[in-house]
Design a protein around this ligand. Structure first.
Ligand SMILES: [Zn+2]
Length: 284
């Protein structure tokens, strides 16, 4: 397993462990309360540079968090605060970000960068706001599935649809793919374990072009769909998205993410994926 992958998994666990340590046993987790328990002041910050979601500031032993006020969504605001808490709690982060002991770190949270420190804080935020033991129990609370479950859990956890979809893919035993696109290009994607385990598939990386035969491609042709947070749903097949994957039918749910200019797509099926392996002679 790649070293960065291990670092991200341990960042998720650090977020989850913090919840256990604080004795929090119910969703939603409020990161602003956690900050205030640690005497970290949280305040809004108007007119930040585009793409900057928040800040962690340190002066002496005092820490402060600011979140960009152009974030119009409570879920994204909380994710931003949880990301900054990641920099505060994760071993090595304060030393790395404040080499002189004091300073201001500007964050780009929400899995949009390739910076390992930022991505570690994003993974910490995921574990903090959606700790697996509470999240998996909440999935099982109702008999819904796929995008319906993601919407229900986003309301329950007060998290954005995108962050919730990513966590759902990480925790689900079903085939799930979460893709964020801009225009005809992939920004980032997450896959559930059963899809990651498929042999011989090409991973979707940042900048990959999506198939014109997908509902997402059509949806992204009209910018109004994204700005107005419209939705669309269709059926697709996995091989249209991942080269080398079997042509399993998947539900494709598409949501415009508003001023953010990006689109969230969730592919889901509860049917198990048959892998065509001829060498079924493992037991001799
Ligand atoms: Zn950051």
């Amino acid at each position: 397993m790649a070293r960065s992958k291990l670092r991200y998994q341990s960042a998720i666990r650090a977020g989850e462990n913090k919840i256990c340590e604080l004795g929090l046993a119910e969703l939603p987790i409020n990161p602003i309360e956690i900050a205030s328990q640690h005497t970290i002041l949280v305040e809004p910050k108007p007119s930040t540079e585009p793409g900057v979601s928040g800040f962690l500031m340190k002066r002496g032993d005092a820490f402060g968090i600011m979140y960009a006020t152009d974030i119009d969504n409570e879920g994204r605001k909380r994710f931003t605060v949880a990301h900054e808490l990641g920099h505060y709690f994760l071993p090595g982060h304060p030393e790395l970000l404040f080499r002189n002991g004091n300073g201001v770190h500007a964050s780009r949270s929400g899995f949009i960068t390739h910076d390992h420190t930022e991505l570690e804080a994003d993974h910490f935020a995921t574990g903090l706001l959606m700790p697996s033991h509470l999240f998996i129990a909440a999935i099982a609370d109702k008999d819904d599935e796929g995008f319906k479950t993601i919407e229900r859990l986003a309301a329950r956890c007060v998290t954005s649809l995108t962050a919730t979809a990513i966590r759902y893919a990480q925790c689900s035993d079903d085939p799930v793919v979460v893709i964020v696109t801009e225009g005809d290009r992939v920004e980032f994607s997450f896959m559930s374990g059963v899809i990651r385990d498929l042999q011989g598939i090409d991973w979707m990386t940042k900048g990959s072009v999506i198939s014109r035969r997908t509902a997402t491609f059509q949806f992204n042709q009209d910018r109004e769909n994204i700005v107005r947070c419209r939705r669309s749903e269709a059926w697709t097949t996995l091989d249209l998205w991942l080269d080398g994957a079997p042509d399993v039918e998947m539900k494709e749910d598409v949501v415009g993410l508003g001023g953010y200019g990006k689109t969230l797509t969730v592919l889901f099926t509860e049917e198990p994926i048959e892998t065509e392996r001829d060498d079924d002679d493992d037991d001799d």
